[in-house]
Design a protein around this ligand. Structure first.
Ligand SMILES: CSCCC(=O)C(=O)COP(=O)(O)O
Ligand SMILES: [Mg+2]
Length: 230
């Protein structure tokens, strides 16, 4: 019996184009000045330490670290310090009204429905927890943060590693089979299944494979039909 829904964001609750055509360009434009203005702030310095450590760059070369961060954005790298800094930059954008989080209508409707029905809802995204709270706090359809019981990012592990899902269910204190993980990325679903979670593969556009071997949903109303069958 599913009691927990754990959802991905990009390609699942929200469009890939919002992340790639709005959020990432916003980060590329504003991150250099943000880092130069705030590099002594402890939370920013901690992330710059992590970038320098992982690349072997000179920690004092702030412009060099910024170049690395911009390259990582272009390459869509899911590096934890980049994700943390992106969240800080996006906070300014949401606060100033320059950014509004995208959420599909079907996702908005069913997240509210499942919450009201007593399912516990959690997010697991490569975006930082701060970025997750922002995208759902400032959507074009209102504030969805009251519906979520918690948030996980790559600090718990990568989304393609089964160990990350084991860590999540251990933290939630639930049986893996009571958790339904929603994602548009097959490798993430495979990792979750290895940890014993139930899964639904969101394929919002394009061809649906015939013999996928797992439940496929075009949108959240098809996930709802899976939940209703149990
Ligand atoms: C939290 S919104 C920004 C999402 C993001 O930065 C990203 O890399 C997308 O990752 P996801 O795991 O949601 O596909
Ligand atoms: Mg995704």
């Amino acid at each position: 019996m599913i009691r927990v829904v754990l959802t991905d964001i990009e390609g699942t609750t929200s469009s890939i184009s919002f992340v790639h055509d709005v959020l990432f360009p916003y980060a590329s434009e504003h991150l250099p000045d943000f880092v130069r203005d705030n590099y002594e702030r402890p939370d920013v310095a901690e992330q710059l330490d992590a970038v320098a450590k992982s690349t072997g760059q000179d920690r004092q070369d702030v412009d060099g670290l910024i170049e690395t961060l911009l390259t990582w954005i272009r390459e869509d790298r899911k590096e934890t310090p980049l994700k943390a800094l992106q969240g800080m930059v996006w906070e300014y954008g949401y606060d100033r009204g320059e950014l509004k989080g995208h959420i599909y209508e079907d996702a908005a409707h069913h997240l509210r429905l499942w919450h009201d029905r007593g399912l516990r809802l959690f997010v697991y995204s490569s975006g930082s927890v701060q970025a997750q709270k922002l995208i759902f706090g400032y959507t074009t359809a209102g504030d969805f943060t009251p519906f979520f019981s918690g948030y996980f990012d790559t600090r718990i592990g990568g989304k393609k590693d089964a160990g990350s899902y084991r860590n999540i269910v251990a933290e939630l204190g639930v049986e893996p089979s009571t958790v339904l993980f929603l994602s548009d990325v097959e490798a993430e679903l495979e990792a979750a299944e290895q940890a014993g979670l139930e899964t639904a593969w969101l394929i919002r556009e394009g061809e649906v494979p015939e013999d996928a071997g797992r439940f496929i949903a075009r949108d959240f109303s098809e996930v709802e039909s899976l939940l209703r069958k149990q």
